[in-house]
Unconditional design. Structure first.
Length: 303
């Protein structure tokens, strides 16, 4: 039995990491901030990013030296020596203020609203990107390039990502597409729907998302419906704190009715890689393509 309070917090975190950022009014606010930044004479030099995928984008743009803190979910060893401000969704306001940032990249979700308001009172610029799709990821990179005076690097980063994703797509083109059940969280089963970057990565890697037609971006789904659809492969997102026990799932009602579970066509994938819509989406897409079409990456493999 899973403690409901712990489970709720874990699901919220898993979805937050998967979504990368969300919020209804964030787009207009970010547009205003970008205009203000463009009108200013100085670019941010003391940045705190509370969104891991955006932190990784800042690093990829070559601005690691401008980061003055990290969240506990950042995994890049180059950030290990930076002070931690805690969880990205519930950071320490005192620690944030003490570090005197001139730009904070923050989740636009409810837990952050009071922190954002207080930081803005202190004159700190806030950037809260919405990242649901690969296009959103590209836009975020462009925004950061504009704010940090690194437009050329941002354009180059996006071009490199697009080229490598296209190469993966071409490698698996023309092959049968196995059906994929991507499990963001397993109790209750939560997956990625159409309009998410996970759905796009599955398509790029030569698969088909069995819940592409489900309502919502990150819907909770029933195991009965998953059994009815019988995916060819199941991907279980795991974190350092939460890793589904595949052996136990083989005996659990609902899960054990999935043929892929019984065949062993179930793979635990790293949430720190797959659930972050940043520069490492190429690595995630390539790993997924190898899982779905290993024969496509053998030398001179025929389609």
């Amino acid at each position: 039995m899973i403690n409901s309070h712990v489970a709720t917090r874990a699901i919220a975190l898993a979805l937050a990491l998967a979504m990368g950022g969300c919020g209804g009014e964030a787009g207009d606010a970010n547009s205003e901030k970008l205009q203000e930044q463009a009108a200013g004479t100085q670019t941010p030099q003391r940045i705190i990013s509370l969104i891991p995928s955006v932190t990784e984008t800042i690093v990829a743009l070559g601005a690691t030296d401008r980061l003055v803190a990290r969240s506990q979910y950042d995994v890049d060893p180059r950030l290990d020596d930076l002070p931690s401000v805690g969880q990205g969704l519930t950071p320490s306001l005192e620690q944030l203020a003490r570090l005197e940032p001139d730009l904070v990249v923050a989740w636009p979700d409810n837990p952050m609203r009071s922190v954002i308001a207080r930081l803005e009172e202190l004159g700190v610029s806030i950037y809260s990107p919405e990242v649901q799709t690969l296009d959103d990821m590209r836009e975020t990179a462009r925004d950061l390039g504009a704010m940090l005076g690194l437009e050329t690097r941002a354009d180059s980063l996006i071009a490199t990502i697009d080229q490598e994703l296209d190469e993966i797509r071409q490698t698996v083109a023309g092959r049968p597409r196995p059906s994929v059940f991507y499990v963001v969280w397993y109790a209750p089963p939560t997956t990625s729907g159409s309009g998410t970057y996970i759905d796009e990565l599955i398509e790029i890697a030569g698969g088909q998302n069995i819940f592409a037609d489900a309502p919502g971006l990150w819907p909770q789904v029933s195991l009965e419906e998953a059994v009815r659809r019988q995916p060819d492969i199941i991907l279980l997102s795991k974190t350092r704190e939460h890793a589904p026990d595949i052996g136990r799932l083989r005996d659990e009602p609902g899960w054990r009715q999935l043929d892929a579970i019984q065949r062993g066509d179930v793979v635990q994938v790293d949430a720190n890689l797959y659930n972050r819509p940043g520069p490492r989406v190429v690595r995630a897409a390539r790993e997924l393509a190898h899982l779905l079409h290993p024969e496509a990456f053998q030398a001179n493999s025929p389609r």
